[in-house]
Write a protein that binds this ligand. Structure first.
Ligand code: FMN
Length: 168
């Protein structure tokens, strides 16, 4: 059975939740899926395809996700890789689209990654720390803006492509 890795990095579980839903859809497509924190990934060579996602913090990816791309650039280059990031919150940012941070864009080019998806994020005022976090979480930006319908549709498309690579 074809194995897919879904690796993610975040701070408060919102991105991990997206990774788990992506995995659910891939499994429904008949694929074997491992969901891992990006920091825990030692090797990607056993996987036929890889999905890497990160939360956005101050316009950057989490270092664990960047390191995964850096450490495994060669292996990732020889298998299909999909990237996503999650962050934008608030009713005015949907559907969100955020460019990859510069360093990640370079790595994505080196890996020849597929198109990147931006998903809305989740901001819980209870977990927000510091001045910026309080501003972000204080008003209309607080809440869960993860669009499960879009996330599932994106994952199903990946599932179809992994199962039928000749037709892509
Ligand atoms: C301090 C702070 C900085 C953030 N910076 C950004 C940002 O630059 N761009 C963005 O789209 N979202 C930003 N966000 C929103 C987070 O990316 C969003 O809450 C995300 O869902 C968090 O994922 P996690 O629960 O996996 O950590 C920020 C949130 C906080 C608390």
């Amino acid at each position: 059975m074809t194995a897919v890795l879904v690796a993610s990095a975040g701070k408060h579980g919102g991105t991990r939740g997206i990774a788990e839903v992506i995995a659910e859809e891939l499994r429904a497509c008949g694929l074997t899926v491992d969901v891992r924190d990006a920091a825990e990934v030692d090797d990607v060579r056993e996987y036929a395809a890889v999905v890497v996602g990160s939360a956005l913090y101050y316009w950057r990816w989490r270092p664990e996700a960047v390191r995964l791309l850096e450490r495994h650039t060669e292996a990732l280059r020889s298998r299909p890789v999909w990237l996503f990031h999650s962050g934008p919150c608030g009713p005015d940012v949907l559907p969100p689209r955020v460019s990859l941070p510069a360093r990640v864009a370079l790595l994505a080019a080196a890996i020849d990654a597929e198109r990147t998806a931006t998903f809305g994020g989740r901001l819980d005022p209870a977990t927000a720390r510091g001045f910026a976090a309080r501003i972000l979480a204080g008003g209309r930006r607080a809440g869960d803006f993860r669009d499960w319908h879009r996330i599932r549709a994106w994952a199903r498309d990946i599932g179809r492509r992994v199962r039928a690579p000749a037709q892509t």
